[in-house]
Design a protein around this ligand. Structure first.
Ligand code: MG
Length: 346
């Protein structure tokens, strides 16, 4: 089995700013596996500095993964994910890219889309939200909400010194939409409880990661007093975190670039279900290739936030999409992703 990679540079339509900063240009790593018979499986690593990854660490991790999986059958999806976890810790996006590529390859060989290989029903996928990032001023924020008019659910990024103003502007600009809020770990417990009351007044559905990742006592304190469900994102990396978060929060936000593979994502879903928790899946800024891997297990989710590729102005891949918020999986084999002809030329 051969592993190869290519670094892909993409631009977001608008600067993607959240509580801890942001930018307009992102680099992801396109990972390919092949058994040498012409069939290739593809996956994408969307490294996040917050979780200690860069395109360079992904490439280094791939160099360590390759010998660890050498000689393994490409069908051994479970064993390879376990070998990768033994060979390297963390590096979630690098490992998840290899996992996605192997799932793509296996489903392509079977001639079925990955959702079918898993026995899922694409019609059961919840609609995806679309993110409204932090804007420089109120007029820009209103324009961003207007730009997102095809999406019925908005996820609003907070964690600024003018959060009340942001949520008010978004609600007034989108009176009938479902609104979710993500504070990206920026609040104190006191701020969180104050903002949650305001969010309740504006009809917000739930609050994602109000407090810093390791403050589980604080999260429990807020959750016990919150009229809105609390979902852990930065606090929840892998399946073993889910058990620790039971009783602390109401739900979890899975991301492939955090958890390190499709098998681990399925384990997180099962663990959360065993604890009666809400399950959502999010993403980083990534192309349709990265989004596709998560979209195929979307039928197992309560909520989806798979807008990473929809935020791009130069997505180099086509495949599963979220037009109008609907997660459209299609019938193409594997992840169902192809490269657009003009990609890589800009
Ligand atoms: Mg989040």
């Amino acid at each position: 089995m051969k592993l190869s990679h290519e670094i892909v540079t993409v631009q977001t339509t608008h600067p993607f700013i959240i509580a801890r900063g942001g930018q307009s240009e992102y680099k992801t790593v396109w990972v390919k596996v092949s058994d040498g018979d012409g069939v290739e499986g593809w996956g994408e690593a969307a490294p996040s500095r917050f979780y200690g990854e860069t395109p360079e660490t992904v490439v280094a991790a791939l160099g360590r993964i390759a010998p660890a999986i050498e000689g393994k059958s490409a069908w051994s999806l479970e064993a390879i994910e376990s070998e990768m976890n033994k060979a390297i810790g963390r590096n979630g996006s690098a490992k998840s890219a290899v996992s996605a590529a192997l799932h793509d390859l296996a489903a392509k060989r079977l001639g079925v889309p990955l959702w079918k290989m898993w026995g899922l029903d694409p019609a059961a996928a919840p609609p995806s939200s679309f993110t409204i990032a932090i804007a420089p001023d109120d007029a820009t924020l209103r324009a961003r909400v207007e730009d997102a008019k095809q999406y019925p659910i908005l996820k609003v990024k907070l964690g600024t010194d003018h959060d009340a103003q942001i949520i008010r502007t978004v609600r007034l600009s989108a009176p009938d939409k479902i609104i979710r809020v993500d504070a990206n770990a920026a609040w104190t417990a006191k701020q969180a409880l104050r903002m949650i009351e305001l969010c309740l007044d504006y009809g917000v559905e739930f609050i994602e990661q109000p407090l810093p990742p390791h403050d589980l006592d604080g999260l429990r304190f807020v959750r016990d007093r919150s009229p809105l469900p609390i979902v852990a994102d930065e606090s929840c990396i892998v399946a073993s975190d889910v058990a620790r978060l039971a009783g602390v929060v109401d739900g979890i936000n899975i991301k492939l670039s955090k958890c390190g593979g499709l098998r681990e994502a399925l384990k997180m879903i099962a663990t959360a279900r065993a604890h009666g928790m809400l399950v959502m899946c999010g993403c980083m800024i990534e192309t349709t290739l990265g989004i596709a891997a998560a979209a195929h297990f979307a039928p197992l989710l309560d909520c989806a936030d798979l807008d990473g590729a929809a935020l791009l102005r130069d997505d180099p891949f086509s495949g599963p999409s979220i037009g109008g918020g609907r997660i459209a999986l299609g019938d193409a084999p594997g992840l169902g992703v192809t490269r657009r002809a003009a990609a890589g030329k800009r």
